[in-house]
Design a binder for this molecule. Sequence first.
Ligand code: SAH
Length: 225
Amino acid sequence: MRRGYSEAQIRGIGMTSQRTRDRLVDRLREKGINDMRVLDAMRTVPRHLFVDEAIATRAYEDTALPIGHGQTISQPYVVARMTEALLYSPDVEQVLEIGSGSGYQAAVLSRLVRRVVSVERISALAEQARARLRALHCRNVEIVHADGEWGWTQGAPYDAIMVTAAPDHVPKQLLSQLGDGGTLVIPVGGRGDTQRLLRIVRDGDEITQDELDLVSFVPFLQGCV
Ligand code: SAH
């Protein structure tokens, strides 16, 4: 992959231009996203550079898109909703994401927090996401090729953790890597069509949980490939 994107590539044209991106942001606002930090991040991160060129003109539709290996880049509304939920606690600085996929969610987070560690189990996707983020000079994201079931202890504790694939239960290791007062945002429900998007907050030994939405994610799988 390229060393860096040209300004023209980042700016986009026609269906990938700033006007098209602004329209997507208007739609997110209509759907109830009102955190300006999140809307601004989504206005600036070029989603069209996180999908194959053949479908780049669809990048600013509010829909999930294929990224190869049977995986998808999440729907922008869901990215916005989860990011907003993640910023629920004050002073979120260190964030762990499980499921880097294209690297888009990590890029959005990188505009909002100090440091992002993102774990991906498919090595080809991890490598591609790493190259993309490098080409966008996104320096505060580390992509790790590993099974996210175990979290990533090296960076723990995290102020917040986001999981972008759906397990059928909350992995214990993730809870233990969450700092005091930290927030975990995770779709739970496994392989069915819909899962419950949960926000879990840890206060000492006490865990509180609320349900934010019904969502549809690819399954959380074990092991690395
Ligand atoms: N956040 C991504 C979209 C995620 S798609 C984006 O912005 O593009 C879900 C991703 O989770 C897939 O790439 C899948 O390979 C990964 N995944 C599934 N189970 C995993 C696990 N146990 N550990 C790490 N990654 C996992």
